[in-house]
Ligand binder design. Structure first.
Ligand code: SF4
Length: 207
């Protein structure tokens, strides 16, 4: 996997094109401020692959009683996923916005994912779609390559603030999901590329 810093504000690591914002912008989710809003805001579900749709279906029996009645009815009608306006397969949503798999954590009052709760409780073997774990990094197919960009959303403003306080770049905050998606070797190459580009003055300072 070769790192290639030649694409202006992008770098290429293996077959992944990484936007430099992911390397330079600070970010750290602040659940006590946002209350998990990304699960219930917006106008489409979370992107899923066909394999992930199969995983969702397999988890459905375990989490069914934790879904609200509207979510159960949407899933009964159209299944766990649908094709959104941009042609992407995404998780089903309720009332045009809330992910069907979102629930409220009674302890914290935050929105959380029933799939992740079941996984962490040892009741399933699969946590949730990788696009959820990677958010606010978004993935797009670019022919034979994959493009990663930073999806800026006002609901995450406290995460930007907290990330700046901690001086934590987005790619480091999302280290584990990036490794889960692309592998340890890929992530190590990304880190090397960042170090080399910084040393050569090719990467803007973190903001
Ligand atoms: S991605 Fe944004 S909305 Fe979602 S948990 Fe993090 S800070 Fe909150």
């Amino acid at each position: 996997m070769a790192a290639n810093p030649s694409l202006g504000s992008m770098i290429v690591v293996g077959d992944v094109v990484v936007h430099s914002d992911i390397l330079t912008e600070f970010f750290c989710c602040n659940l006590s401020a946002c209350r998990g809003a990304c699960c219930v805001e917006g106008d489409a579900g979370a992107p899923v692959t066909l394999d992930e749709v199969a995983e969702l279906e397999e988890c459905l029996d375990v989490v069914w009683d934790e879904l609200n009645a509207q979510a159960q009815s949407v899933i009964d009608r159209q299944g766990v996923s649908y094709i959104d306006r941009e042609g992407d397969m995404v998780t089903s949503i309720v009332q045009g916005r809330d992910c069907a798999f979102a629930c409220t954590d009674l302890g914290s009052g935050c929105t959380m994912c029933v799939l992740e709760r079941a996984f962490r409780g040892g009741r399933t073997h699969w946590m949730k779609p990788i696009s959820c774990s990677l958010y606010p990094i978004r993935e797009k197919r670019l022919g034979d390559m994959v493009g990663l960009s930073y999806h800026r959303w006002d609901i995450c403003r406290d995460a930007v603030r907290l990330g700046r306080e901690k001086r934590l770049p987005l790619y480091q905050f999302l280290r584990e999901p990036l490794i889960a998606r692309f592998g340890k070797e890929w992530y190590a190459e990304l880190e090397t590329a960042v170090r080399e580009m910084r040393a050569q003055g090719l990467l803007p300072e973190a903001s």
